[in-house]
Write a protein that binds this ligand. Structure first.
Ligand SMILES: [Zn+2]
Ligand SMILES: [Zn+2]
Length: 325
């Protein structure tokens, strides 16, 4: 059972999901557990330890990609019994929360996969996206991946999560408000960055990867479709192939920023209401972390200029030093 409560002063939502407390945690506080005999429910051959598969591209013991409902969903189909408080805005969390395991091998990470493997993962993500969006209660679908303990990963085995939620996140609403007022500011930014050239990390025929001008995180990347496209759901097979090959080029570079670097991949998409947006992927490495100032002000302190980050991705030059905090 879960409940969204809205902060009346900032408009931000907090999702209360009390059953998440029970989920397993495979890391020894933020370091990788190196034990070989770890009992991992996402491993091949352990199919019975998860909820039944919604999608599996091979028989038990012989699959590459597998999707199932999260055993500890942050949102679920069960309607919570909570009392209404008239002063505040509240949405009872009906929704879906699925897990996509993207490799049968424990310890393999997405940066080690081929572009064909990543293409297949993107295809399955898109298929589940379509299905989750069908739910009448869903207002927004969030696809994300936590890589590494620092990025919030609790099960070490590589996976993605897909959540259909009954609210439009404030961050998306704000991006629409500021970005889509007169035409599309994302399209304008793409044209500008292609002229400037100093923040381009990589590109191909269909996608542009930039280190955004006001990145919150050191070495942050945005991957945007070059031609205006409202939603991830509109991507053709050919687009998915171009996106996969760009990810296959960039993720190993993110991974080598430093040993065991954590990062998130977040798909920023249009709400289901079909409001116009320019969907894109954000890759958010966790170097340094954020503290009181960031929490108090929403103003992030970033030690790496995006122009330098772009040079790193282009040339794989100066790798950053491992820093003790
Ligand atoms: Zn595993
Ligand atoms: Zn656009």
């Amino acid at each position: 059972m879960s409940e969204f409560r809205r902060n009346p002063f900032t408009g931000e939502w907090t999702l209360y999901a009390q059953n998440r407390k029970q989920r397993p945690y495979q890391f020894q506080w933020r370091t990788v557990n190196q034990k070989e005999d770890i009992d991992c429910p996402f491993c091949i051959g352990k199919e019975a330890s998860t909820t039944p598969a919604i999608y599996q591209d091979g028989a038990d013991g012989a699959w590459h990609v597998r999707v199932f409902p999260n055993m500890y969903p942050a949102v679920d189909t069960e309607i919570a019994q909570v009392s209404k408080e008239t002063f505040y805005e509240q949405v009872i969390g009906g929704g879906q929360h699925e897990v996509l395991v993207d490799t049968p091998k424990h310890g393999q990470t997405i940066d080690q996969l081929s572009d064909q493997e990543i293409f297949h993962i993107l295809q399955v993500l898109q298929m589940r996206y379509h299905s989750i969006r069908e739910n009448p209660e869903t207002k927004y679908v969030q696809i994300f991946k936590n890589c590494g303990a620092e990025a919030g990963m609790s099960i070490q085995h590589s996976h993605w999560q897909i959540m259909g939620v009954p609210i439009v996140p404030e961050r998306i609403r704000k991006m629409i408000l500021l970005g889509m007022q007169t035409g599309c500011k994302f399209c304008d930014m793409i044209a500008y960055e292609q002229q400037q050239k100093n923040r381009i990390a990589a590109e191909n025929q269909e996608f542009l990867a930039i280190a955004p001008y006001a990145s919150r995180f050191p070495y942050e990347l945005w991957i945007l479709p070059k031609t205006h496209m409202t939603s991830f759901s509109e991507l053709t097979r050919e687009h998915l192939q171009y996106l996969a090959s760009l990810l296959q080029y960039l993720l190993p570079k993110v991974k080598t920023l430093r040993a065991n670097v954590g990062y998130n991949i977040c798909l920023m998409d249009a709400p289901k209401s079909r409001e116009d947006f320019h969907w894109h992927l954000q890759i958010l490495p966790r170097i340094g972390g954020f503290a009181g100032f960031e929490h108090a002000t929403d103003c992030f302190i970033n030690t790496v200029l995006p122009e330098d980050a772009a040079r790193y991705y282009q040339h794989d030059q100066q790798k950053i030093e491992e820093k003790e905090e």
